[in-house]
Design a protein around this ligand. Sequence first.
Ligand SMILES: Nc1ncnc2c1ncn2[C@@H]1O[C@H](COP(=O)(O)OP(=O)(O)OP(=O)(O)O)[C@@H](O)[C@H]1O
Length: 309
Amino acid sequence: MQSAQGFVIETDRLTKQYPGVRALDDLSLRIPAGVTGVVGVNGAGKSTLIKVLLGLLPATSGSARVLGLDPATQGAEIRSRVGYMPEHDCLPGDVSAADFVMHMALMSGLPRTAARERTSEVLRHVGLDEERHRAMGGYSTGMKQRAKLAQAIVHDPSLVFLDEPTNGLDPRARDDMLDLIARVGSDFGISVAVTSHLLGELERTADHIVVIDAGCLLRASATSELTHTTGTVLVEVLGPAGSDRRFGQALVDHGLQAWPAGEQVQVRIDHPEALDVVRDVAVDLGLGLVRVQEIHHTLEEVFQQGADA
Ligand SMILES: Nc1ncnc2c1ncn2[C@@H]1O[C@H](COP(=O)(O)OP(=O)(O)OP(=O)(O)O)[C@@H](O)[C@H]1O
């Protein structure tokens, strides 16, 4: 279920005041279905936002809708339709993932047979098939994060909140977790709101990015809009040593802006025929064109530019 306008989450001037700290400050945002990255430095207000949206914390002022429901009065209903993976370790060490996830499935109201089937399905999905009967106290951080993800989606929610799911993971486990999150969206059709304090991390995974700073909305946009093309391409040619330099010089002689980038050449594509010139120059010099790749801004660059402006 979504709101009449098709947003899974909407907030209007949402404010949360803790004693001495305004964690959310007049925050108005709209999050569509799909995978959305909620990005902000530590202390920006991400966890507070999730807790208010789940109806676990009352807002000081303003309003919100989650799947069209009001967290202030319909928290229990929201929590039955929304999954939540908390940031911190909250798993009982002496219980197996299979028992824990099954318990969470039963708690959410699934009948026993459906709960058992769904538990196997989600544990397989998160890659905890083999180890599911071992006590979770002996799990690695990556395995614990997977078990937390499994319990968040076991009741087949329409939306899931994942609070810093890559925290404490090494780069390989982090990439695996990000792939898994993308598949929660695509394979199960569950909308995802995932937080991170690392700007670049959700670039590949999220369809939309919301950036929060000191409880305020800094930016909200489709990821593709934020990381739009830089108008340059990276070209790799195949030929004898020094071919890249000869190629770059020839492009400049043909009126293009080109400069070296390692052993490749970066070329500004500022008119539609520029790519034809790149191809023709390579042919003229007898060089093979190995690849021509569009360069996109990274999210870090986009926000660095914003900060410098
Ligand atoms: N229960 C609380 N009482 C007082 N201040 C709090 C409380 N919980 C959070 N805060 C403060 O509110 C601000 C926002 O915290 P929040 O945990 O929502 O941020 P965050 O973006 O999730 O960061 P992190 O990833 O570090 O948890 C911080 O300044 C934090 O210290």
